[in-house]
Design a protein. Structure first.
Length: 87
């Protein structure tokens, strides 16, 4: 299962942009690769199983660890999958 590219909010309040999903080289576990929108230069990777976990938010409600804020049209993983054009 892939995570849709877009902007997500973490239950602790940070905002992140999902770049792609990837596979762990040895276990083939699905990994979500994302960047912080709050702190420039921070790139993170988290197992999809952990990304999708439900946790208790500060308001006391249980929700997914990350909730989508808005989709984005560009996906780095889709552009990497396309071969470069030959001129």
């Amino acid at each position: 299962m892939d995570i849709a590219p877009g902007i997500y909010e973490h239950f602790k309040g940070g905002r992140y942009r999902v770049l792609m999903t990837a596979s762990h080289t040895e276990t083939h576990e699905a990994i979500v690769v994302y960047v912080s929108l709050d702190i420039l230069g921070e790139v993170w990777a988290r197992p999809l199983s952990v990304w999708n976990e439900t946790v208790q938010w500060p308001d006391g409600f249980t929700r997914p660890r990350f909730i989508p804020v808005r989709p984005v049209q560009f996906s780095l993983s889709s552009s990497l999958a396309e071969p470069p054009s030959v001129r």
